[in-house]
Design a protein around this ligand. Structure first.
Ligand SMILES: [Zn+2]
Length: 61
């Protein structure tokens, strides 16, 4: 299973999709993406909670 987070599900007008093996890795990638693409120096806890909410499991290919 992969963890999948769509940036658009977080309220951004953005086509980026993060895929990772674990929830921790997905959160880390979302944090890096938010900083690189959206200029967020830090990701507030409320956004981290939202990431967990929209995170989906995707079967491995
Ligand atoms: Zn984005």
């Amino acid at each position: 299973m992969s963890k999948v987070v769509r940036c658009s599900d977080l309220g951004f007008d953005c086509p980026a999709v993060v895929r990772a093996e674990t929830e921790e890795a997905a959160l880390r990638q979302v944090t890096e993406h938010a900083r690189a693409a959206h200029g967020m120096e830090t990701v507030p806890p409320a956004v981290v909670e939202r990431v967990r909410t929209v995170m989906r499991d995707e079967p491995a290919r």
